[in-house]
Design a protein around this ligand. Sequence first.
Ligand code: GDP
Ligand code: ZN
Length: 462
Amino acid sequence: MLDIDTIAAISTPLGEGAIGIVRLSGPDAFNIIDKVFKSPSGKKLSEVNSHTIHYGHIVDPKTKETIEEVMVSVMKAPKTFTREDVVEINCHGGILSVNRVLQLVITNGARLAEPGEFTKRAFLNGRIDLSQAEAVMDLIRAKTDRAADVALEQLDGRLSRLIKRLRQEILEVLAQVEVNIDYPEYDDVEEMTNNMFKQKALYVQKEIEKLLRTAQQGKILREGLKTVIIGRPNVGKSSLLNTFVQENKAIVTDIPGTTRDVIEEYVNVRGVPLKLVDTAGIRETEDIVERIGVERSRKVLQEADLILLLLNYNDPLTDEDRRLFDTIHGMDAIIVINKTDLEKRIDLDEVKKLAGNRKIIHLSVREEKGIDELEETISNMYMTGEIENDDFTYISNARHVALLNQALQSINDALSALENDMPVDLVQIDMTKAWELLGEIIGESVHDELINQLFSQFCLGK
Ligand code: GDP
Ligand code: ZN
């Protein structure tokens, strides 16, 4: 712990909000703040009570220049996020003055923090475990209230507790088997051991499978359900997108997705976060400028979770419409027939045939009819009863999904070894492997390299 230095960073998003916070963490945090902070009463912040806020000015000790009017929070170790001494300087000015305060604390002994370094310290000092650290990262990125809730729950340690329980179960059976082998009390130790392993493996298998089933929903909550609106020009794609955006609370996003050919909007439809994409018409074309749009559109289609295929009630089906049905083959899609306020010219029987078992919705964007039904259909497709249940543990993190899959594989290996009357030490190896893999989720058997890589994904100042 002796070589730990004091780190500093701006911990509010640059350019957002009226206040900027410069955060300091480490053994020198109070020394450094005392060098640059002047309170009207002349008090030293190293001497005040922990968890108090103080008004004053940041003054450059060399030039005596006043840089910023501030409120400073003082938090003494260990009851802080990093478990170190923490100082937060709340500045009022814009980016410029926040940066000057940061510069000043750096010239007075702090080091600029690496991305995620505050959270990394919280982890290294035992304040949070790895899945909780990742939750902090998810929270920063969360785009919907739901996603933020999931991250908060994870931060609260719900996933950790579940993983720890599973590991404990595996550990107990491993220990019991050791005892059985060393001190056989019964005649048929082998059968008994195998039975114990089998019961436990089946139980852990069930629990992991349950968790993995939540992954799809976790992904939707985290990243939004990527919904692509396709259809011939003029069927009403942009109108539908606009209606969605107007009717539902738009989700603020900082993702630069808006381009000339593909428009993206985040909206919250009955709790399902939709990432709506309007494409510039998918069709063969020789026009080079349009082609870029078309290729991008194809790619967008491939990555879609859900397709809304729009048709025009007022037009007979065209070959282009029919081709669109081919394009969405094998994908989740809803067929939407728009402009039902106009005269019917579409062949509904053919639409039904093309749609197969996909849901067909009649819509008039102009008269705002059918929007409710469309929203309900989407919500029914992606919100299961489980997701509304607050007691539910989700996983939404790709690293967790991968580790759970590997752990499940080891459990399955153990089960098939048992099935094939393999020697018991093979089963032990598989069960131990599952135990280790689960440990990686909460950071109990991870390598430094992984830790560094994970924390480097954080934003600066977290
Ligand atoms: P896009 O090319 O598929 O994006 O189609 P737009 O959304 O730009 O709409 C094309 C035209 O159809 C516009 O003039 C819209 O006002 C009109 N439109 C959209 N929805 C409806 C509808 O439900 N009924 C009628 N009558 N017109 C509509
Ligand atoms: Zn359009």
